[in-house]
Design a protein around this ligand. Structure first.
Ligand SMILES: [Zn+2]
Length: 279
């Protein structure tokens, strides 16, 4: 392989950018050098993408709201993310509340915060310390803020807690996962739909899904899912005795066996989908 270069081409349909290129190999032996590269896919967030704070409060983007319709504070700040307070009691991610409080206090003072666990802040715990910091800057002690509806413009008569939390996107994106199939390829052995998104496979319609359709009385839909789009298959049946014959028929073996096919299949090499008669 002296002085011969091997090329690989980029086959993905999605646009990407080369993030880094690095030469690998022995620098004393420049004839045996390989190139490694990292590709970056720039993707805008879309509905269905997964995000998380650093406390495991993960969730799926459900709606992208226009900024002018978002609620705003007295100073005109609109939140980036609105999170349901019911996400906290059962998950007990108090750290996220403290992070948002520390983030708010830190950003007001323009400083980085030491967040070592179990530390005291001027002989107080973090909540009291940052509560006092917020009051110093004219904010509510608990971090609550008055907000106004972005649609009606009215003041919202509820306590809304607002703060800064670091959020990151997780690598589970709908564009990698979205899948749909009415019918498609089948497994030759089991005659059931194949698995996998790449192969245009089926999505499991399990017992719980079956139960839902039953409960709704949608029996025609159930028949469609389980039979017409999934387990339905065609095969050969002997027109004399009714035996189910093999899916792959050999003409000579068929003659010797004594079984007989319908006239429709006797002539030529008819092909009904995946079933063929061989000579
Ligand atoms: Zn027969």
């Amino acid at each position: 392989m002296l002085n011969k270069a091997k090329f690989t081409s980029f086959k993905d349909s999605e646009a990407a950018r080369v993030e880094s290129v690095r030469l690998m190999g022995d620098e004393k032996d420049p004839n045996h050098v390989s190139v490694g590269y990292t590709i970056r896919y720039p993707r805008n967030p879309v509905i269905g993408d997964k995000f998380s704070s650093r406390h495991g409060q993960k969730g799926v983007l459900s709606v992208i709201w226009p900024q002018e319709d978002m609620p705003f504070t007295e100073t005109g700040i609109t939140p980036d993310i609105i999170i349901n307070p019911h996400a906290f009691p059962s998950r007990m991610t108090i750290g996220m509340l403290i992070e948002s409080l520390a983030g708010k206090g830190g950003s007001l003072n323009g400083e980085f915060i030491d967040v070592t666990p179990f530390e005291k802040y001027e002989d107080d715990d973090a909540v009291d310390y940052y509560g006092r910091e917020l009051v110093k800057h004219g904010y509510n002690y608990y971090g609550n803020e008055v907000m106004y509806s972005g649609i009606q413009g009215e003041m919202m008569k509820v306590d809304i807690y607002m703060g800064l939390v670091y959020y990151q996107r997780l690598r589970h994106m709908v564009s990698d996962k979205s899948q749909a199939r009415a019918t498609g390829p089948y497994d030759v052995l089991t005659h059931q739909p194949v698995k996998g998104r790449k192969k245009m496979g089926g999505i499991r319609f399990g017992e719980m899904e079956r139960d839902s359709l039953l409960a709704h009385g949608a029996s025609f839909c159930l028949n469609d899912r389980l039979m017409k789009c999934s387990d339905y298959s065609e095969g050969y049946v002997c027109c004399k005795c009714g035996s189910i014959l093999s899916t792959y028929l050999n003409r000579k073996i068929l003659q010797r066996s004594g079984h007989e096919l319908n006239n429709q299949f006797k002539q030529g090499a008819q092909n009904t989908g995946s079933f063929a008669i061989t000579e």
